[in-house]
Structure formats: C-alpha cells, structure tokens
Design a protein around this ligand. Sequence first.
Ligand SMILES: Nc1ncnc2c1ncn2[C@@H]1O[C@H](COP(=O)(O)OP(=O)(O)O)[C@@H](O)[C@H]1O
Ligand SMILES: [Mg+2]
Length: 325
Amino acid sequence: MTSLIEQAAQRLEQLKQAGVDVGLATAAAPAVTPTPTSTSAAPATVVPIPAPAVIRSPGDVSSKRVELDLDALAAQGFLTPNAPRTVMADQYRNIKRPLIRNAMNKGASTLNHANLIMVTSALPGEGKSFTSLNLAMSIAAEFDNTVMLVDADVARPSMLRMLGLPPGPGLLDVLEKEADMASVLLKTNVDKLTLLPSGRPHSRATELLASDAMSALLDDMAKRYPDRIIIFDSPPLLLTTESRVLATHMGQVVIVVQAERTPQSAVQQAVAAIEHCPLKMLLLNQASNKRSSGYGYGYGYGYGYGYGYGQADGQGDAQPGADRA
Ligand SMILES: Nc1ncnc2c1ncn2[C@@H]1O[C@H](COP(=O)(O)OP(=O)(O)O)[C@@H](O)[C@H]1O
Ligand SMILES: [Mg+2]
C-alpha cells in the first residue's frame, strides 16, 4: 500500500499540472504539506441554495468594534501586527502564501469558494484555533487582503475567550435568523481583521452548522467579497460529522497535525473524511510547549476543553511555536 506521503507527492504533481499553487513551505514548524485529493474523486458538491441570509458589509455602521489587547496576545505567543520578525512569523508567511494565491485564484482557476479556508484537524487540541488566529493575523498584514476569522467550532467555541473578549452573538444567531450578519460581526483594531464569533450556545448548534442555511450563507460570503479571505476555525474531523459537511463548501482545507502526538492513522482517517475537497494541506504544528490550561499565558481561564485529549505536556519553556530542538 502506498503511503499517504507518496500519494500526496503524486497528487501534488497532478495539481501542479492543473495550475494549483501548492506552495513550498520549508519552515521547520509548523510546516505545510499539500495533500491534494484524487483527481477522480467526486465533482464539486452541488448544494441546493435556498434564499441567502442577508449579509451586509462589516463596514456598515451597525458592525461593532472591539479592541484586541495586542500586547497580551503577543505575550501568549500569538502573531500580532507590528510584532518584530520571528521564526513563527516567517513560518506563517510561508503557510499563507499559497493559500492567498489560491484564494485570489492566481494559482488555481478551478477552485470553487477559493477564498473560504477551513482550518481543521483529526482530533481536538491539535492547534486549530491557535493556527486560525495566527493565519488570520498574518493575512491581515497583507496589503491587498482583508480577512474574516469565523469561529465555526460551534460546540466548543474558543475565539472570543482566546482574544480576551466577552461572549456575544454570532454565527448561530444568524443561522437562527435571530440576528443579521452585520450586527454580529466585530471589527477590530487590527485594520483588516473582522471577527465572526460562533454565537450564543445552542442545543442544535451542530445541526445548524451542517444546515442548508449555512450552505447558503457560505456561498454568499464567498461571493460577496471575493477579495476577502475567510478563515474557519472548525470542529475536529474524527469526532464530528458537521465538520465534514462544512468541508464540502470550502475552497481550501488546512489540516493541523500535532507533531509527535497525532497518530498517523488519525491523520489518514481525517484526510479520507474530506477526500472530495479539492485542496487540502497538512500543517505540522509542533506545539511542544503547549499548556492547555492557559497557565503561564496570562489568561486566567483554566477552561478544560472537555474532549479528554491534549493533556498539557508541560515541557520546555520556549516561546509557543518555537521549534523543538
Ligand atoms: N504551535 C503552538 N505553540 C504553542 N502553543 C500552541 C501551539 N499550538 C497550539 N497551542 C496551544 O495548545 C492548546 C490547544 O490548541 P488549540 O488551538 O486550542 O487546539 P484546537 O483548537 O485544535 O482544539 C492551546 O492552549 C494553544 O494555545
Ligand atoms: Mg479550537
């Protein structure tokens, strides 16, 4: 049986020939390996689109504005604008480049919803949220692109907490037609970064995420602002089904793999679960210094993640994202 890596290499070649920018990230950690799907796989999924929910520009007066504490975020190891050049910033530069080129359809002419980028993983605790925020910050630093970060891990949302912001309405409220998009979007003091929180906890959250209303919303989001890159911090693939449904609407999927933690079989299953997605990239996240309780990061949240995975390993004291020696 050919290994996942060999298959990826073969398909990489096929994708290159099809004009897709697969990038060449050489950073030690995190690193990106594109894993294109089989070219014989299912054609683009066709979803019946009911009337789209109303989306207004985040520039609308009704959008709220929040102040991110950039110093606190930087102290926790997140990328922030104007932060000095670091190894991690360089790594994210390598990661974002092919994503942006594909999103702008400069690399690939064939991707539908190319500007919708899903960040997922096989299992909880692999660094999806960490990666999503850093990618969003990194893309927000680009001259040409605006970016929206969506907390689509509706069962276990973390974006607002991670950013030190209070809970508030968001995606689920829009899907429930209890709020319109403009009223839940949060503009930030990072000029090009807009946030879409997951919204109020909802008993049918996962059903809503996989609903036709969500498909319609995604289609509208993708088309309304083609120069905006939308990053979805998403549920893990192996524990949920809605993540797979979500993936069918995304132009690009980044699969975060926690170095030396995620079993290879889990990665294979995760990739297989979204076989139909046109462009998948594996991102090796060497979160060797993670502290799951937030201990030492300056946030007081000892918030258990509840999935029973990702026990803090407490190793080392280097910067988050720093290479394992
Ligand atoms: N590269 C990294 N360096 C340092 N800490 C990391 C890194 N990746 C993830 N973490 C930390 O690990 C924990 C779990 O990551 P998180 O992004 O919340 O996982 P997920 O969203 O996949 O469940 C968080 O405390 C996060 O800050
Ligand atoms: Mg998360």
